[in-house]
Ligand binder design. Sequence first.
Ligand SMILES: [Zn+2]
Ligand SMILES: [Zn+2]
Length: 143
Amino acid sequence: MPFEHFVSLDCSMSRGGKCSIVLPPRSPLGTVAGLSYLHEDTWPAVFLCLRHGQACVRSDQNILQRVEPMGLFRLPLWQIVSECGHEDCGRPHTTYADKAQDWATLVKLILIATPSIRCGDHSLVWRGDLMRGVEFAHNSLMR
Ligand SMILES: [Zn+2]
Ligand SMILES: [Zn+2]
């Protein structure tokens, strides 16, 4: 029976609905090896729920496993590096999100959601032209 690894997000509790992000077989976060998930040292990692506009920090202790639902189409996981657009800041922030098939849509969703992330003494200022992303597919043929 195929399993998938995922993290559930804070918004699951507070705002109804279960939000989670499924980790693809291979990404900067780690690699699926049989039934285990071999995580990289990129954790703790910041995940964005673009449905509720929330950013959520998860550690490798929060990686969960469940039976993979059959025949479910999965949007890719995106690793997003955003330089803060606050005046003279430019600090890079790495986050992860799903919910979009292509980069233009993802940027649009992030700019609508503008999840709140601490950046020094201010909040990260999201700007489309200061963001770049890499996508990691859920390729079930690779399992
Ligand atoms: Zn959510
Ligand atoms: Zn900043």
